[in-house]
Design a binder for this molecule. Structure first.
Ligand code: HPA
Length: 268
């Protein structure tokens, strides 16, 4: 119901809104939305969109052109830890799907487990571990809830992004992202455990959105900006202030990568 109400608001602001690639921007990564030539609508004006938000996010839906591609950018996300709702981004993502988005590009800030991917660098997700045990599809009554998450992170897009990063000389390694509920950061013992379980990085988002993206038949990809070594693995003091202050270093690389990705789509 809310998704159709959201669409009414968007169509009142824009004639014929349409988009191919959808983005979700993480903490400190909101700048990309400012580059779009299009229409920005505050989340607070759109039914079903998150209304509170986390500092460092830019809670606007921006629809328009970036590098010649029709995009829809979700400038911020609601996390599970805000209200205990794993499906908080369902209406925004259903709205994107209704606008024609067939590719979801999620971004986030994360803590790295790998000395090869230190702060200021990017990690391309090739899989995830849903350590929360939650799903945004709990309560979905149809058989569509049984979403297959093999290759949830689209292999063709990953290959494309790895190639572009090489051309741009941006270090880009693939890795497994573990979703930890937050809002507190992890303990060093939890990080050792997650590493033993096969994760390469940890964060508090993205996994429920990728599950929803696959539910909505979108091709999905996600890139993490490493803002810190995870608890117990580095010397910096881990804090949200630190996340917001460190994100722009990696975000500048991510912005170049995203622009090149979109330019390649526009040229195809
Ligand atoms: N843990 C969880 N989420 C994060 C981290 C972290 O170390 N850094 C940035 N987001």
């Amino acid at each position: 119901m809310s998704t159709s109400e959201a669409l009414v608001v968007i169509r009142n602001r824009m004639e014929n809104p349409t988009a191919k690639v959808g983005f979700i921007l993480g903490s400190g990564l909101g700048h990309l939305a400012d580059l779009v030539d299009g229409t920005a609508i505050d989340y607070s004006d759109i039914p079903g969109f998150p209304h509170a938000g986390v500092s460092g996010h830019n809670p606007k839906l921006v629809i328009g052109k970036l590098m010649g591609v029709n995009v829809a950018i979700l400038g911020g996300r609601e996390h599970y830890y805000e209200n205990g709702r794993a499906d908080a981004m369902r209406v925004p993502l259903e709205t994107l799907a209704a606008l024609g988005v067939d590719t979801l590009f999620a971004t986030n800030a994360c803590g790295s487990f790998l000395s090869e991917i230190p702060p200021g660098n990017l990690m391309l997700l090739n899989d995830h571990i849903n350590y929360s045990g939650l799903s945004p599809l709990i309560g979905e009554p149809t058989d569509r809830r049984f979403v297959n998450l093999t290759n949830a992170y689209d292999p063709d897009i990953r290959k494309q992004l790895l190639g572009l990063a090489q051309t741009l000389q941006i270090p880009l390694r693939e890795g497994v992202y573990a979703w930890y509920s937050g809002p507190n950061f992890e303990t060093p013992a939890e990080i050792r455990m997650l590493k033993t379980l096969g994760a390469d990085a940890v964060g508090m988002s993205t996994v429920p959105e990728v599950i929803l993206g696959r539910f909505l038949d979108m091709k999905c990809c996600a890139v993490s900006v490493v803002t810190n070594m995870a608890a117990g693995l580095g010397n910096e003091h881990i804090s949200h202030e630190h996340t917001k202050a460190s994100a722009p270093i990696g975000a500048a690389k991510l912005e170049r990568l995203i622009k090149a990705y979109l330019a390649q789509i526009a040229a195809a």
